[in-house]
Design a protein around this ligand. Structure first.
Ligand SMILES: O=P(O)(O)OC[C@H]1O[C@](O)(COP(=O)(O)O)[C@@H](O)[C@@H]1O
Ligand SMILES: [Mn+2]
Length: 643
């Protein structure tokens, strides 16, 4: 190693003792049990349900509470205490309202602080003191450490302990301390979070999920097809932009565009008012909890049509300028017989219904009206100048990737495109063919390029982001074609079917999964593939654990819109030093329900894998990095200090 680096490093470790201390510290960490990884996917804007899972660590918080207090507390007390750990601010408020004298309240404070300290001590047992310190609320580090390291054996420390607690209460700091302790517990229970794609679309609050992730202590994201759609819009793809607005209109979520991201929809509304009427298939989907007036519903229905037609028009030129996308079947507006109001697809002719072709020039159907172009330009300008969206998209880029290899597992939202025989599908891009891992790498390369060049709207990189949303060899889409047009305008449901890539049945077989793991240089005997994207229909007996445990699909449907098909409200996965556990969540009612009734829809666990020996940090990705640090420090030791 270049001695310059060692000299630089010596500035930080400027004494033999400092190097030795750090080596010992790192070696100690390497021998601790590995931290808990938490996997979630397909959040689809369902912030309330997501934050609950985040706060309860998919049941881990309650498990720890039970380990400690099952013998001494009733089930109701355990539930109440768990609710305090999940939502400390709100729970404290409720409790305060329920006591009518200060003495009772102080008794409650004392008891809760004691329980919280015990819980933290237990939850942090596999961490170093320094790591625990970093997780503590800044203003209380000293006090909490005093409370934590009071051991039960020293009876005479008892008065000291209770005097600290009483002081905290009388100084009016108890609420803050309890809140801080609750968040510390949440943070200790899960070491690292993986979001296996699809934060955006369908549900109402993707922005709040993004904020929660930005504030989370340790997270990575594997982009989903819906996430890249938003990235694409921000990166200058007009067709991606049309799609996100269309989906928001469809799910009655235009507030996200207008109020949350501050994008002015007025020009689009004006255009929509001019050309469109009511149309049953474009009415917003009801999510069950909104009160739309007739006028509002009509407005959204019009916007929905206006933006859908813009989307269809925008698709054509891309398909034409990118023959290797192999999407000519999707030149739909050109396949329409406008006189007969029918369309011929794959040799079959179907009548069209509920059409809204008022802006279509039948001689050149993909031509945008000048006013449509103007609307689009304004929308794109607004999107690219939304500060909040910029912050969220930058975070998605920084923490995200198309796939991730982590602790021997392969995390990917959709699929690895395969042919019927299980070979990796090839795609030609700029006269070169790519398959498997190389294909995913080149996709990611283009996506990053598009993001770095938001001023380019029609280049290959920008078009490629749209391909990732809808192309047949996209690792995020994984279907032959997206039948949006058919679902709006053709009655025959056979045309709505989106044929899945063979991956989706081949992944049931261990051999396929092993082959894919090997393609990514992962050990097929140890590794797993973790997928989101396709709702697991537990209702129909589908098992999320496939291929003899090599494949785990964790999209159980946080998305309310999909819960009737899945029968549950999402899967999450936990991977700690003892192995992997799959958690199935029941429908999440509301935060209020948890607070008032202590109902914490506790989840069924299925063991995916059990380690014979507890896994240590040494055997993880983080461990690898720490080992490298140790080896560098050893070199520094020899170079600088050992005579
Ligand atoms: O349920 P909707 O809103 O009609 O959307 C259906 C579309 O969503 C997709 O399923 C993609 O979304 P997912 O990634 O959530 O599956 C498309 O394949 C399909 O065309
Ligand atoms: Mn998806």
């Amino acid at each position: 190693m270049n001695t310059k680096y060692l000299d630089l490093l010596a500035q930080k470790y400027d004494s033999e003792e400092k190097v030795v201390t750090e080596i010992i510290n790192l070696e100690a960490i390497l021998n601790l049990p590995k931290g808990t990884e938490h996997f979630v996917s397909d959040l689809h804007g369902e912030y309330q349900a997501f934050q609950h899972v985040l706060r309860n660590g998919s049941g881990k918080v309650k498990e720890k509470i039970k380990d400690l207090f099952e013998e001494v507390l009733s089930e109701q007390e355990i539930n109440e205490f768990a609710a305090l750990v999940y939502y400390p601010e709100e729970k404290i408020q409720l409790i305060k309202n329920s006591f009518d004298n200060e003495k009772e309240l102080n008794g409650w404070y004392t008891e809760m602080i004691e329980r919280m300290i015990k819980l933290i001590s237990y939850a942090s047992s596999k961490y170093t003191r320094s790591k625990l310190r970093k997780a503590l609320p800044d203003q209380f580090v000293y006090i909490i450490e005093e409370l934590l390291y009071k051991t039960e054996d020293f009876q005479n420390r008892e008065p000291y302990y209770s005097s600290i607690v009483q002081q905290i209460i009388s100084l009016g700091q108890a609420d803050k301390l309890i809140i801080g302790l609750a968040y510390t517990t949440q943070r200790l229970v899960v070491d690292h979070l993986h979001v296996v794609g699809d934060i955006y679309d369908r549900g109402p609050e993707p922005d709040k999920i993004m904020e929660a992730l930005i504030n989370y202590h340790s997270v990575d994201i594997q982009w989903g097809n819906h996430d890249v759609l938003w990235i694409g819009a921000f990166a200058g793809s007009k067709v991606c932009l049309a799609n996100i607005i269309r989906i928001c209109a469809r799910y009655n979520n235009l507030d996200i565009i207008e109020d949350v991201y501050g994008i002015n929809l007025r020009p689009l509304l004006n255009l929509a008012e001019r050309y469109y009427e009511d149309n049953p298939v474009f009415r917003p989907k009801s999510q069950g909890d909104e009160n739309l007036s007739k006028e509002e519903q009509l407005q959204i229905t019009k916007i929905h049509q206006a933006i859908a037609m813009i989307q269809f028009k925008l698709e054509s030129p891309i398909i034409k300028r990118r023959p290797t996308f192999d999407m000519s079947e999707r030149l739909l507006l050109e396949k329409v017989d406008y006189d007969k109001n029918e369309i011929t697809l794959h040799g079959n002719t179907y009548p069209l219904e509920n059409t809204c072709f008022a802006t279509v020039n039948t001689l050149q159907p993909d031509q945008l009206l000048e006013e449509e172009e103007q609307v689009l330009d304004k929308l794109l300008f607004s999107v690219q100048h939304s500060e909040k969206l910029a912050r969220h998209m930058n975070f998605l880029m920084k923490k995200g990737s198309l796939y991730l290899k982590y602790n021997g597992n392969l995390l990917i939202h959709g699929c690895i495109p395969l042919d019927e025989l299980g070979n990796m599908e090839k795609m030609e891009i700029e006269s070169k063919t790519y398959a498997g891992r190389e294909l995913l790498d080149i996709f990611e390369h283009y996506l990053r390029h598009a993001f770095a060049h938001p001023e380019e709207t029609d280049d290959l990189a920008t078009d490629m982001v749209w391909y990732l949303w809808t192309g047949q060899y996209s690792s995020l889409f994984g279907k032959r074609e997206m039948t949006t047009f058919e679902r709006y305008f053709i009655k025959d449901k056979a045309t709505h079917k989106e044929r899945k890539n063979p991956y989706y049945h081949l992944r049931e077989e261990e051999e396929t999964c092993s082959k894919i793991l090997a393609e990514f240089d992962l050990d097929p005997d140890q590794g797993h593939i973790i997928n989101g994207h396709t709702p697991v229909k537990e209702i129909n007996g589908e098992n999320p654990i496939k291929a003899n445990g090599k494949m785990i699909v964790i999209d159980g449907g946080f998305s309310k819109a999909y819960q009737s098909t899945t029968g549950i409200a999402g899967y999450t996965l936990l991977y700690n030093s003892y192995g992997m556990q799959l958690v199935a969540h029941k429908h999440f009612q509301s935060k209020e329900d948890v607070l008032l009734n202590g109902t914490d829809v506790l989840s069924v666990k299925r063991l995916v894998d059990k380690e014979l020996e507890r896994k240590k940090v040494l055997e993880t990705n983080v461990g690898e990095e720490l080992l490298q640090e140790v080896s560098i420090l050893n070199r520094l030791m020899e170079y600088r200090y050992v005579k």
